[in-house]
Design a protein around this ligand. Sequence first.
Ligand SMILES: *[C@@H]1O[C@H](CO)[C@@H](O)[C@H](O)[C@H]1NC(C)=O
Ligand SMILES: *[C@@H]1O[C@H](CO)[C@@H](O)[C@H](O)[C@H]1NC(C)=O
Ligand SMILES: *[C@@H]1O[C@H](CO)[C@@H](O)[C@H](O)[C@H]1NC(C)=O
Length: 200
Amino acid sequence: MAGLICTLLSACLLGCTSQDITAESGQDVILTCRAPNNNIQTVEWSRADLGDEYVFLYRDEVFVSENQHLSFTNRVDLQDRQRKDGDVSLILKNVTINDTGTYKCVLMNGTNDPICIIYLSVVDPPGQTGGHTEGDCVVLIACLLVSGVLVVAAVAGFVIYRNHKKAKEVLTKLLNSSKYLSPLIIKQSPAAVPTSQCYQ
Ligand SMILES: *[C@@H]1O[C@H](CO)[C@@H](O)[C@H](O)[C@H]1NC(C)=O
Ligand SMILES: *[C@@H]1O[C@H](CO)[C@@H](O)[C@H](O)[C@H]1NC(C)=O
Ligand SMILES: *[C@@H]1O[C@H](CO)[C@@H](O)[C@H](O)[C@H]1NC(C)=O
């Protein structure tokens, strides 16, 4: 049981740091990412298949266009340029199927480990229906709920099991004692308990 919860939780956490987003071409997409702290000098969003060119680079409070891949010109920005609460989410406007790929956010301060990895899949709309993006960590919330329910169920199950065991013990004791008592009762007052009492 604990193992199952662990697996679920780690799947949830993975689902949060590495998200999958599906969008339809023409939509604006938000690649949600939160830095562990507010001390952010540089934010780089990149996609592995673009080589040296990046999707978006923000350094010392300015946007750097130098080496930006052409397909992202005027289509990207930070959701919040103040990066309040470490919010370094990227807005990607008017996506096309060519925007499909794995996006990484790196805060280039010493380590170049990505803080967020997001797989974006852009599909052509079947009709003219407005879809939605799954930028928020719906997966995490769902998983946490499921885990919570499992924990409650486990605790409830344990309590019921224990009570059951106790009840059984009491019952067994009762039965054992009545084994000696009942012949006495029956002998002493056979009419003491009228059978019709059961049906009143
Ligand atoms: C979105 O991109 C398409 C081409 O990919 C272009 O024709 C269209 O005008 C763009 N829409 C907006 C609102 O920029
Ligand atoms: C996607 O890229 C290909 C090749 O680079 C290009 O021919 C095509 O027009 C692009 N499609 C869109 C929707 O931008
Ligand atoms: C960036 O620097 C801060 C300290 O200024 C540190 O806490 C944080 O872990 C660093 N981030 C990365 C990705 O190295």
